[in-house]
Design a protein around this ligand. Structure first.
Ligand SMILES: Nc1nc2c(c(=O)[nH]1)N[C@H]1C(S)=C(S)[C@@H](COP(=O)(O)OP(=O)(O)OC[C@H]3O[C@@H](n4cnc5c(N)ncnc54)[C@H](O)[C@@H]3O)O[C@H]1N2
Ligand code: MOO
Length: 483
């Protein structure tokens, strides 16, 4: 799949990766505006050093960014970071390239087919029939379909054999699909279209055209032909084509490296909840989901509610993106904002007008590093993943933006007065059915969902169209997108 906006005629040999990034569509499916809507940037370091942090994040909306704008800001932040980091394209073995984006065009390293090939099992024939059949090749299988079906007959020219002697007019040789046809072959006669006369000569039971059932060399491509443009997503079919065309590796945009810091002293990694402690739902959820979004999850660390540990981990991180979970609100152990202030990070998004998940945030922690702070409530964290991490990672990975699409909602969904709502849905025919159990702390609805409906402020009536965000497993199947 080539993202719209990549010019197929472009000489992409020197298409540096940041140009590839700039060409990839933004969220809306349009080119980014020349002067994009400014993010309501709240710069942590501009605050007075001695000022009280105040109840900034306790539901206050003074800095919250509208949902569509938050997504654009995340994508734009990734474009800026890619330029700053000048992330070099990587040479990646084919078995590690699935899901990456080509950073250079795929150019055929050979003709395909690389020799004139028989398209059928039968006989290579020269000139008009009848033909005398040349015995060639090792002995056929016991009881195999040798001449006249007799056991031990010559197998003829098989796939994988080297060049054979030219045919002369009136001569034929048994040949298998995929074998190289001998020089001076006129056509291939399919085995079901041949018959023997009593003298042991081969006849055609129907008329055959010159060149019939021969795949001629270079039919699909010539050595040096451009097969795919830079910016193409590496799918299983692309891997197959690359292998056929002679590649052992491809040049691709490397996966952005992501570190996940799970915050919270109350989290257990096994067993039943007890004594106020609960299971960590985000540790298992985030790494495979982030990988499906194009990330290389280099580490997942559980840091408790320890401001010092968070500061140390953030300072040490060399990831392109750090994701934290929890600690975004204004509680006594919510350390994300104070730590970002201490680091002098720039808050690009400080709260989003979306439910659930409104305390989510995006900060630039280093010139080429960002942090997405996901709220601790699990569905609120998923909302942050879809709102901020998805556009950011997709852009860093130079993946094309998904085509926006809408479906009618089977039932009305009550809207928030000012904020967008994200509601898990299942897809049934041409309708999306809203699911229950979509409270911020619940995953029950999301675990059954095919997609997420975007419900604008004010709500959506039954039968009204709503924008849908696909979930990676629904779009591509679990094996394809998560491995
Ligand atoms: N005074 C106010 N308090 C809160 C507001 C508000 O507007 N005013 N907003 C609420 C909203 S909305 C959200 S969302 C949460 C965000 O909280 P934090 O990001 O600070 O997250 P925590 O307080 O650490 O945890 C919230 C909740 O989620 C549970 N949690 C945390 N991590 C995990 C995990 N890995 N797996 C499962 N559950 C997790 C945690 O135990 C809490 O129950 O703030 C509200 N507060
Ligand atoms: O925004 Mo919170 O995420 O409703 O739980």
């Amino acid at each position: 799949m080539t993202p719209r906006g990549i010019r197929a005629d472009e000489d992409a040999e020197d298409l540096y990766i940041e140009e590839a990034l700039a060409l990839v569509k933004d969220d809306t499916g349009h080119r980014p505006p020349a002067d994009p809507v400014p993010a309501p940037a709240a710069t942590a370091r501009t605050e007075q050093p001695n000022s009280e942090p105040g109840p900034r994040h306790g539901g206050g909306h003074h800095r919250a960014t509208a949902w569509p704008e938050a997504r654009e800001t995340a994508a734009r932040a990734a474009r800026d970071a890619s330029r700053a980091a000048r992330r070099a394209p990587a040479t990646v073995p084919l078995d590690a390239a699935l899901g990456l984006t080509l950073a250079a065009p795929l150019t055929a390293l050979t003709d395909l087919p690389s020799f004139d090939t028989s398209a059928m099992d039968g006989w290579a024939i020269a000139g008009p029939g009848p033909w005398s059949v040349r015995e060639e090749g090792r002995e056929g299988r016991e009881g195999g379909e040798g001449r006249e079906g007799r056991a031990g007959a010559a197998a003829g020219v098989l796939a994988g054999h080297g060049e054979t002697a030219a045919l002369t007019d009136g001569e034929a040789v048994r040949i298998a699909t995929g074998a190289r046809v001998p020089p001076d072959t006129t056509a291939v006669l399919r085995s079901e279209h041949g018959r023997w006369d009593p003298q042991g000569r081969l006849h055609a039971t129907r008329e055959i055209q010159p060149g019939q059932d021969i795949r001629s060399r270079g039919q699909e491509c010539r050595n040096g032909d451009r097969l795919l443009a830079a910016g193409t997503l590496v799918t299983p079919a692309v891997l197959g084509l690359a292998a056929a065309a002679g590649y052992d590796t491809v040049t691709a945009v490397p996966r952005p490296r992501v570190e996940v810091f799970v915050l919270g002293d109350e989290l257990l990694t096994q067993g039943l909840p007890h004594d106020g402690l609960i299971r960590d739902a985000l540790g298992p959820l985030l790494p495979p989901w982030l990988r499906a979004l194009g990330a290389d999850v280099v580490a997942l660390r559980r840091l408790g509610d320890d401001a010092k540990a968070l500061h140390k981990a953030l300072t040490a991180s060399a990831a392109d993106l750090v994701i934290t979970t929890g600690g975004t609100a204004a509680g006594p152990v919510d350390h994300v904002h104070p730590t970002l202030e201490r680091l002098g990070a720039e808050l690009l998004v400080d709260g989003v007008k979306v439910r659930p998940g409104h305390p989510m945030l995006l900060a630039r922690t280093k010139e080429d590093q960002h942090l997405v702070g996901l709220p601790g409530n699990p569905l609120a964290a998923v909302s942050g993943l879809l709102t901020l991490a998805e556009p950011l990672l997709r852009t860093l990975a130079a993946r094309p933006a998904p085509e926006p699409y809408t479906l009618a909602l089977k039932e009305a969904v009550q809207g928030h007065p000012y904020d967008t709502r994200l509601i898990p849905v299942v897809l049934r025919g041409d309708q999306a059915v809203p699911l229950r159990y979509h409270g911020p702390a619940m995953l029950r609805g999301m675990a059954a969902a095919d997609a997420v409906a975007v419900v604008p402020p004010g709500g959506t009536r039954a039968g009204q169209e709503a924008e849908l965000l696909d979930l990676p497993w629904a779009a591509a199947g679990i094996e394809v997108c998560f491995t």
